[in-house]
Write a protein of this length. Structure first.
Length: 133
């Protein structure tokens, strides 16, 4: 019954100096991560590799050339993290299909202004009981 949002924010001021993981290994982890995890990257300075940071920060990446721009970049990312965290909703559906008649299809569509979203899922109502309000 829990809905959660997770975000990873990577901050760097240059190239990898620790060499604990290869670039390929890091990119593979991001690519294979749960789709509900957001990845953000913040780069500061002239030594950053914007192409790599953009790939690692696949949700959003921001870059600052100097420390004066850094506050704005942190604010940009914090707003994006907040937007992601506040974008999950719990939808409950009370199905009249409780007779175990097989697989049922449920489609949910949302339209707000010019933005639209939809999800479709299937469920089997075997074992469903009454009590919906």
């Amino acid at each position: 019954g829990k809905i959660g949002a997770a975000s990873v924010v990577i901050f760097t001021d240059g190239t990898d100096q620790a060499s604990r993981y290869t670039e390929d290994a890091a990119l593979k982890k991001v690519k294979e991560a749960n789709a509900n995890i957001s990845f953000f990257s913040i780069g500061l300075g002239a030594e950053i590799d914007t192409q790599v940071l953009t790939a690692i920060g696949k949700t959003a990446s921001v870059f600052a050339q100097n420390k004066d721009e850094l506050e704005r970049t942190f604010r940009d990312i914090s707003e994006k993290v907040s937007e992601r965290a506040n974008s999950y909703y719990l939808f409950e559906y009370c199905s009249p299909k409780r007779d175990g008649s097989g697989e049922n299809n449920l489609a949910i569509e949302l339209n707000t202004g010019s933005r639209k979203g939809a999800v479709q899922t299937k469920f089997n109502a075997s074992g469903f009981t009454g009590g919906c309000e």
